[in-house]
Design a protein around this ligand. Structure first.
Ligand SMILES: CC(C)(COP(=O)(O)OP(=O)(O)OC[C@H]1O[C@@H](n2cnc3c(N)ncnc32)[C@H](O)[C@@H]1OP(=O)(O)O)[C@@H](O)C(=O)NCCC(=O)NCCS
Length: 483
């Protein structure tokens, strides 16, 4: 282990005496960049007006907005053998009927997979990745061989951490992760080869690389943007994915077996979620163009980053932090309720009107991942003296759906989703908030790679839906006559 203090004051690079530093441009004779703010503020109004599409046009053209049917179910756009998300039944009137949520990986109930790994006191994420990729549970020999391959691909290519991560850090680790994945294209002798052995090789290699990519991007961010010391620990081949992540993100590199096991369970729960979730669909979408693995996976990362998708775990943590700033006593239910109502009305937190960690496109009564994570969160809460925080999440889970109904007047089911408790678990495990969504990406990479190969093997069609143009035809007007 070695310890570097690369701490630089990012502000010094960006500002001089509190003002943007233009000296470089001035010296080189390049004109100063014109302030774009007044221009974009003004022109955005026209742009917005010219992009609005009335709601009734969507109805008139029977557009499946968000690729959803009228009864709220997803439009079927493909078949998969990899994962199944069961959140409702359809009755004889073609209506959605709420049921407890179930999640299956290659036909196996995820609850069973997790329970059995716990019972056998083993790390399970690698085994689940094997299952997702190959379609069968590995025997001991197959798992050992797979683990060995992953372990031998933990070390990044020579110079990669220095050249690609440290020299161009990002305040956002998902952004850095996507850029690192794209950069790996140029380290691959056969990046565009779409044969399954080659794509499988790239997939296993990326699975090995993700823990150091995330951890080093976080270390660079800490140093460059937070003015903190950077600690670079090398990955160890004998450690599991979860153990390596904890080793490489923590200053001391130390962790307990229990912490690693809990992180491992969280990775297992985030590894796959059917073909229709946004980032996996993005994987299918891009793979259907015969693009390369690096382009496809970086796009999936971009999709997962959004706060309505994987970025919700970060959004939950930010919302809870905002709640704590605005509510004097988080055990006072009346006060918490007032805050939640304000959120729903778009008057608190980020103004989106969303209570993050609630709602799901498929699940209705429950998200099975949230149920398992809640159980873990409860144990951690008692152990780490975080009972008030746990009870706050529990209150949000129980009360917010009722408040949603009162404020919006709809009966839409609002189950707690995986992100309500994953943020809590990461916080209790002392995992930095910056890597909460990148950990989701590290887990989901296995699902993405499995779906990419399924698309290449079974998809066989360019995904190309239709948009109806609702713009009236216009006659060309010479520039001299335009107002
Ligand atoms: C996950 C999510 C995108 C799924 O939504 P969905 O079932 O597809 O429903 P829609 O996005 O079509 O939303 C339908 C309505 O419910 C509202 N809604 C959905 N989830 C909501 C939430 N958590 N808080 C407040 N309102 C919510 C939407 O704003 C929308 O309102 P509108 O009809 O007035 O525009 C949505 O529940 C959400 O944004 N949740 C918060 C983010 C989150 O936790 N994401 C993690 C998902 S695992």
């Amino acid at each position: 282990m070695f310890k570097l203090n690369f701490a630089r004051n990012a502000d010094n690079l960006k500002k001089k005496n509190g003002k943007p530093d233009k000296s470089n441009n001035a010296q080189s004779g390049v004109p100063h960049k014109k302030d774009m703010l007044p221009y974009v503020e003004n022109t955005s109004k026209t742009l917005t007006k010219n992009n609005e599409i009335a709601n009734d046009l969507f109805i008139k053209h029977d557009v499946k907005r968000g690729l959803r049917n009228a009864n709220g179910t997803g439009v079927v756009v493909g078949l998969t053998r990899i994962g199944a998300v069961d959140g409702y039944k359809i009755n004889e009137k073609n209506e959605k009927v709420a049921v407890e949520g179930k999640l299956f990986y290659r036909g196996y109930d995820v609850e069973d997979l997790v329970k059995n790994c716990i019972a056998e006191d083993r790390f399970g994420f690698e085994e689940i990745s094997y299952l997702l990729l190959f379609g069968d549970l590995p025997n001991k020999k197959q798992l050992a061989e797979f683990n060995e391959l992953l372990s031998s691909h933990r070390e990044l290519p020579v110079g990669f951490a220095r050249d690609m991560i440290m020299t161009a850090p990002s305040a956002n680790i998902m952004n850095k992760l996507a850029r690192s994945v794209l950069a790996l294209y140029s380290y691959d002798p056969t990046p565009d080869d779409l044969s399954i052995p080659n794509v499988l090789r790239q997939s296993i290699m990326l699975m090995g690389y993700f823990p150091p990519l995330v951890s080093y991007a976080y270390q660079a961010k800490k140093s460059y943007f937070d003015n903190e010391s950077m600690h670079i620990h090398n990955p160890l081949p004998a450690l599991s994915t979860a153990e390596n992540i904890l080793r490489m993100t923590r200053p001391t590199g130390e962790f307990t077996k229990l912490e690693a096991k809990l992180l491992d369970i969280s990775l297992m729960l985030h590894a796959e979620h059917g073909g229709g979730n946004n980032s996996t669909f993005a994987t299918h979408l891009l793979s259907s163009t015969d693009s390369d693995t690096y382009s496809v996976i970086s796009a999936a990362i971009g999709s997962l980053k959004g706060p309505k998708h994987g970025g919700a775990n970060l959004a939950v943590l930010k919302m809870i932090s905002d709640l704590k700033k605005n509510v004097k006593d988080i055990t006072n239910h009346k006060e918490v309720e007032k805050y939640l109502i304000k959120v729903l009305k778009g008057e608190a937190n980020d103004g989106s009107g969303l209570i993050y960690g609630l709602g799901h496109a498929v699940y209705t009564i429950s998200d099975p991942r949230a149920v398992i994570l809640k159980g873990m969160a409860k144990e951690l809460a008692a152990d780490k003296q975080l009972l008030d925080d746990f009870m706050l999440c529990d209150f949000i889970e129980k009360r917010a759906p009722v408040l949603y109904k009162e404020v919006k007047g709809t009966d839409k089911p609002m189950p707690a989703n995986v992100d309500l408790y994953s943020g809590f678990v990461y916080n209790a495990l002392n995992i930095p908030i910056d890597i909460s969504t990148p950990l989701f990406a590290t887990a989901r990479l296995s699902g993405w790679c499995a779906h990419r190969m399924e698309e290449l093997i079974a998809g066989k069609r360019l995904i190309r839906p239709a948009y109806i143009c609702v713009q009236k035809p216009l006659d060309y007007m010479p520039i001299s006559k335009r107002k």
